[in-house]
Ligand binder design. Sequence first.
Ligand code: FAD
Length: 325
Amino acid sequence: MKHIETIIVGAGPCGLSAAIELEKNGLDYLVIEKGNIAQAIFNYPTHQTFFSSSEKLSIGDFPFITEAHKPKRNQALVYYREAVKHFDLNINTYEEVTSGRKENSRFILESSKGRYSCKYLIIATGYYGQPNALNVPGEHKAKVSHYFKEAHPFFNQNVLIIGGKNSSVDAAIELEKADSNVTVVYRQDAYSQSVKPWVLPQFDSLVKHEKINMHFSTDVKDIKNDSVVLEKNGETFEIVNDHVFAMIGYRPDYRFLQSLGIELNENEFGTAPYHNPGTMETNVNGLYIAGVIAAGNDANTIFIENGRFHGVRIADDIFRKEKES
Ligand SMILES: Cc1cc2nc3c(=O)[nH]c(=O)nc-3n(C[C@H](O)[C@H](O)[C@H](O)COP(=O)(O)OP(=O)(O)OC[C@H]3O[C@@H](n4cnc5c(N)ncnc54)[C@H](O)[C@@H]3O)c2cc1C
């Protein structure tokens, strides 16, 4: 078993940012990532433009300069690769942490490639790997996806998008451009407040011109092979359907957090892991969380923009503990 002082699980922007701060403080650390760095961003829609400016996506004060104010997915991928090279970060990629526990004052981690012990553990695993369930018949059919990449395969296809936030709106606009027959269903009776204000008018115009079929206050009841059953104001109706995008959000891997002893709190938005916001330490001594995972079910409160600063708080706390010990 290999001992490393601090292990960071997850090499998304927030895990990388924590690694940079540990590196700057001369602390011993290793990042373990199940995919490659910035895997969640790699999984974004291919042509995604960030809603944040490049400066607000930068980590470790390493400049992210783009000609346009808001960068595209590909530019961010280049940027995070360059940041890893610039800071010469210690990362094991394509290695999944499969379990963890605390034994005396050490954490023991099992991964797909080995066993580790560490004094400090930082969980920065995000939420993108665990899509929320629809809990309706047919949701596991091959035609149902929780991730949208590109519109081309859906040319001349009947596509249902479930959800009314940014991922749904962005996908609907892309699909309409590719001549898909797009229907969007949303449980709420109006557009979500979180939809990007510069995108909403474009989407709304497509709805008004009947290029996108929009159904508010509508639930999905059944996903059949060639159709979907919907319910609106107590009435059910069926529409023909080839593909479903269930863009209904994601949630952290709570089982992993709980197996490490992290307490989950209930707040007005649902579940969130307990942590001290000043240090990002959880109720387990030496165990920290970084990035969007700290938001629990309310992923709309932590993004790269603010989650990138968690690493500074964590590194300061570890540095202080080490000096005092
Ligand atoms: C389409 C889209 C557009 C967005 N645009 C913006 C934007 O403009 N601005 C903004 O600030 N935010 C934006 N976000 C949100 C942003 O992507 C997330 O807040 C951000 O990725 C969170 O970073 P993170 O490091 O906490 O987690 P992630 O980026 O999700 O990284 C977690 C990492 O952990 C790895 N991992 C998970 N489990 C394990 C395991 N068991 N073992 C090893 N590794 C593991 C994953 O592979 C992943 O690489 C957007 C999100 C989406 C979906």
